[in-house]
Design a protein around this ligand. Structure first.
Ligand code: GLP
Length: 249
């Protein structure tokens, strides 16, 4: 199975294509009286897509009432009220601006004591299954090759669990926290196996800093040293790139 690559001159064009995929799924399911199950991501990459989906909600009547969402990951130690938590990010960047029922939005909990984390991770996986599985999983990619927070080494079979964050990832994310010391060392993330179970996967990447890891993920060997390379196993995985992110392919 090969990853499908779509390269666009501008990020704006690329974002419209990704938004079209989400809109088509949501509208088709709504017509049939069914739900659409979205796997959502955080980081700077999907912000423009969320803006476009909000615009389509406000201007084109795209409703999210039939949407159930599952986010990839959450930092350990940050409650949803913390402005760097991924729950806060999702409310702020998307959920507060559309008509989704917040009860249908799921983000792993980062504040549970260690003794309760395994059970929480299992119930997260079960909730995805009970919803019918993820229809479209949105991904960004970290410079370590991580998807969600699956840092190298992460196996193709890995499931939702607590993970230790790579120093490069902490440094990349320090800009959002304003101080490296404030970036958590641990997170809860869906596994690579959880992501591979999604019916469709859309990975977005912008800019030259992502070019090398994008090329490794698509053309390199499938290895736990580059967790995104496991996406080569998926039967419907599309990388939506701008020119700069595709420059090393
Ligand atoms: C973060 C997130 C990932 C994201 C990646 C890239 O740490 N856990 O889901 O894809 O790193 O972030 P950015 O989009 O800001 O480059």
């Amino acid at each position: 199975m090969a990853i499908t690559v779509q390269t666009y001159t501008t990020k704006e064009e690329a974002v419209r294509v990704a938004a079209d995929a989400f809109e088509a799924l949501i509208r088709e399911r709504a017509k049939a009286g069914k739900t659409a199950v979205l796997g959502l991501a955080t980081g700077s990459t999907p912000i423009a897509l969320y803006k476009e989906l909000i615009r389509r909600h406000k201007e084109n009547g795209l409703s999210f009432k039939n949407v159930i969402s599952f986010n990839l990951d959450e930092y350990c130690g940050l409650p949803g009220t913390h402005d760097q938590s991924y729950r806060y990010f999702m409310n702020d960047q998307l959920f507060n601006h559309i008509d989704i029922d917040k009860a249908n939005t799921h983000v792993p909990l980062g504040t549970l004591p260690d003794a309760e984390i395994d059970a929480h991770c299992k119930s997260y996986e079960e909730a995805i299954k009970a919803a019918g599985g993820i229809d479209i999983q949105l991904l960004g990619i970290g410079r370590t090759g991580h998807i969600g927070f699956n840092e190298p080494p992460s196996s193709a079979e890995s499931r939702t669990r607590k993970v230790h964050l790579d120093e490069l990832t902490r440094k990349d994310n320090a800009v959002f926290f304003g101080d490296l010391a404030k970036v958590p060392h641990y997170a809860v993330t869906m596994g690579c196996g959880t992501v591979l179970d999604a019916k469709k996967v859309l990975l977005l990447a912008w800019g030259e800093p992502k070019a090398e890891i994008v090329a490794k993920s698509i053309k390199g060997p499938q290895t736990e040293q580059v967790p995104a390379s496991w996406l080569q196993k998926h039967k419907d995985c599309v990388f939506i790139l701008d020119k700069a992110a595709a420059s090393k392919l």
